[in-house]
Design a protein around this ligand. Structure first.
Ligand SMILES: [Ca+2]
Ligand SMILES: [Ca+2]
Length: 696
């Protein structure tokens, strides 16, 4: 049966009119384009509202961005759902929280699933010409755009390579200028004047490591940027995560790349390099002569960081001015909504930090300015809790496109029209996931922000924090344990649970590694046999496995060269009856078995190995979840396997299987004899590695 197709009214009208001849059709199209507004979505990366003068912080001047505020609306409480680059962009594309759009963090394991419903696709389907230019950072190619011209990954500040509708190109110049040039070229030469447009004009700046444009290298040289009064915060009123973070100006910032001491960006031309060095060399010489340390060094770092950051913002402001000027000159301004925002907020030295990630105020809040001639009252402001979760819905609504029910935000078009709905949200839900123990990180957490409070939970340390936003807007002292706030805590926890239920975030305490394992299980594992060549000492004692010794959800190889004196014994085992693996001898025959969610699967050698002689025994779980057993480099058995579902709760034991047994034998079944050259690789090792190991 043929499907019926319903046309939107304007499209039906257009088709009807086209019967009357081309001139009327063109006129109708132009009228239709006129009635449906164009949308220029300007998105920066890590632009803090503190560095946008319309927000009144006065550390710099951004006259062009301020124009959008003066002629439009400034939002004082625009929050992001997950304060990180890729995740925020995925939210803008989908109008959904990370746990639904699938993009939790920037680990590289997440790849944005462009096949899902997205706002630009819906705009395109509704007849908009769609384009995305500049920073994308969602790994997979953009979908739903008539035109895309993006930076690969983070992109480069100087002479950036870009991908122009799938084709590699390299531009000469400074990235903020380049992205603007491409955008202006699209507006002038590639745009279809008969269609309304959505163009996402997205800057890399002012993202780390803050490399300014050549013309701005000496800007602010004669100024001292005021220090925030929390620059030397000791976190005494906070929980463990604020103490454990790795994002401080003092410890995390790198002298070379971040602070430009003896550093020149790699991809510069000789002329660019010369100008760069001419600007930084004398400043660096002066710095070295001062021989600073302690708080003086932190203060110097803060000045260098801020000046470079603000220089990058300055270039954004200048370039946005070029685009606004073009809208004016071309007559497009009247029917174009201009939205300015950033993928999240950023720390400009508050609490001693740079970067983002936290639910705390500076990273939770992001700037949002919206100009819509004839609709938004010039110079207006809103304190409503809006979010990047609402951007997709708002853009669709402004364009007259139906907002799908499964999007989780809400159009703030009514707020733009000056009428905040009575049932607008009064509590905002936040969830940050990314955590790779190591440099530059904070712990995962989630929480709720209301007008008066912010409550957050950090599952890794099982801690809660509560801040009284009226008495303590800088969030310096958690009052979670203060009995005076016991009722507040109770109410906020109930509200938090309600929001989690409403948004379908049903397993909020999940760890980032569990999320990544889930993602990896959904895809064919592609881990290369590398790195973790853990040669461990045999001690026969069950040891808690080090953090990085985790065989779950990945291919791995494990083995040793051993000289058995008895036919039964475990060479190495990790885990027990629920999750884990064991490499062992039974009746002299080598076995390699796995447990995944209690399910046992394994392979065994048909032949026994000789006693009292060195033999190399290796078990491999490969990328296709096949098991292999090798003796002296030769395959003796293979069969179906399974990825270990979760990190085994039980530890790693060598020369026995302590505690609960992985295989069907009586634990601990100690190994008798000698074990040497024990190795674990994450990844399936190749034949060359196998034979080299056997010969070793
Ligand atoms: Ca960012
Ligand atoms: Ca065990």
């Amino acid at each position: 049966m043929p499907q019926r197709v319903y046309l939107p009214l304007w499209m039906a009208l257009l088709l009807t009119l086209s019967l009357f001849g081309p001139s009327i059709a063109a006129e109708a199209a132009a009228k239709s384009a006129k009635s449906r507004p164009n949308i220029l979505f300007i998105f920066c990366d890590d632009h803090a509202y503190q560095a946008l003068s319309a927000y009144g912080h006065n550390i710099n001047q951004t006259p062009n961005l301020d124009r959008i505020a003066k002629e439009g609306m400034l939002f004082k409480n625009c929050f992001v759902t997950n304060s990180l680059c890729g995740p925020s962009r995925a939210v803008v594309q989908t109008g959904k929280y990370s746990h639904l759009n699938g993009y939790y963090g920037n680990s590289g394991a997440e790849k944005f699933d462009g096949s899902q419903q997205t706002m630009p696709k819906l705009m395109h389907q509704a007849g908009y010409q769609t384009a995305v230019i500049g920073k994308w950072h969602l790994v997979t190619d953009p979908q739903g755009y008539d035109y895309w011209h993006i930076l690969p990954g983070q992109g480069r500040y100087y002479n950036p390579p870009m991908i122009d509708n799938g084709k590699q190109v390299v531009h000469e110049g400074y990235v903020t200028d380049v992205i603007t040039d491409v955008t202006l070229d699209w507006l002038k030469n590639k745009r279809d004047p008969n269609k309304p447009f959505l163009v996402m004009y997205q800057h890399k700046a002012p993202h780390r490591s803050w490399e300014p444009a050549l013309e701005d290298l000496s800007l602010y040289d004669d100024r001292k940027i005021p220090e925030p009064d929390t620059l030397f915060d000791d976190y005494s009123g906070r929980g463990t995560p604020a103490h454990n973070q790795d994002m401080s100006i003092e410890k995390t910032m790198r002298m070379k790349h971040d602070l430009k001491v003896d550093f020149t960006p790699g991809a510069m031309t000789p002329e660019q390099k010369e100008k760069w060095n001419a600007a930084y060399d004398p400043k660096n010489e002066a710095f070295k002569k001062m021989n600073l340390s302690g708080s003086e060094l932190v203060s110097w770092k803060y000045q260098r960081y801020m000046k470079d950051y603000l220089r990058c913002v300055h270039s954004v402001d200048r370039n946005v001015g070029r685009v606004l000027d073009y809208l004016d000159e071309s007559g497009l301004a009247d029917n174009t909504i201009v939205i300015y925002s950033s993928d999240q907020g950023f720390y400009l030295g508050e609490h001693g930090w740079f970067d983002k990630r936290w639910i705390y105020e500076e990273s939770l809040r992001t700037p949002l300015l919206v100009r819509w001639p004839g609709v938004v009252k010039p110079g207006s402001q809103s304190e409503a809790f809006v979010s990047n979760l609402d951007f997709a819905e708002t853009i669709l609504d402004a364009a007259g496109v139906k907002v799908p029910d499964d999007m989780q935000g809400r159009s703030f078009v009514p707020i733009l029209k000056g009428k905040t709905p009575g049932d607008w949200r009064d509590a905002f839900y936040y969830h940050y996931y990314e955590y790779k123990p190591g440099p530059h990180d904070v712990q995962p957490h989630y929480g709720i922000r209301t007008k008066n409070f912010m409550l957050a939970r950090f599952p890794m340390v099982d801690e809660w924090e509560l801040y009284d936003m009226q008495k303590d807007p800088k969030q310096l002292k958690s009052v979670y344990d203060d009995p005076a706030y016991a009722d507040t805590v109770k109410q906020l926890k109930a509200k938090l649970r309600d929001l989690q239920k409403q948004y379908g975030d049903t397993n909020p305490d999940i760890t980032y590694s569990e999320i990544l394992n889930q993602i990896r299980r959904q895809k064919a594992p592609k881990i290369k046999p590398t790195a973790l060549k853990a040669v461990l000492e045999r001690d026969g004692i069950d040891k808690p496995a080090p953090k990085n010794v985790d065989p779950s959800a990945k291919p791995f190889s494990v083995g040793a060269t051993c000289t058995p004196t008895k036919p039964d014994g475990v060479i190495i085992a990790q885990g027990g009856g629920a999750q884990g693996y064991s490499l062992y001898l039974k009746d002299g025959k080598p076995n390699f078995v796995l447990r995944s969610d209690g399910f046992l699967i394994g392979v065994s050698s048909p032949k026994a190995v000789p006693m009292n002689k060195p033999v190399n025994i290796v078990g491999v779980l490969d990328g296709k979840t096949k098991l292999h057993l090798y003796i002296d480099g030769k395959s003796v058995a293979s069969g179906e396997g399974a990825a270990i579902a979760k990190r085994p709760a039980e530890g790693l034991s060598l020369g026995e299987d302590s505690g609960d047994s992985v295989g069907e034998y009586e634990a601990p079944m100690p190994f008798a004899g000698n074990i040497s050259d024990l190795r674990i690789y994450y990844g399936a090792i190749d034949n060359k590695t196998l034979s080299a190991w056997a010969k070793n």
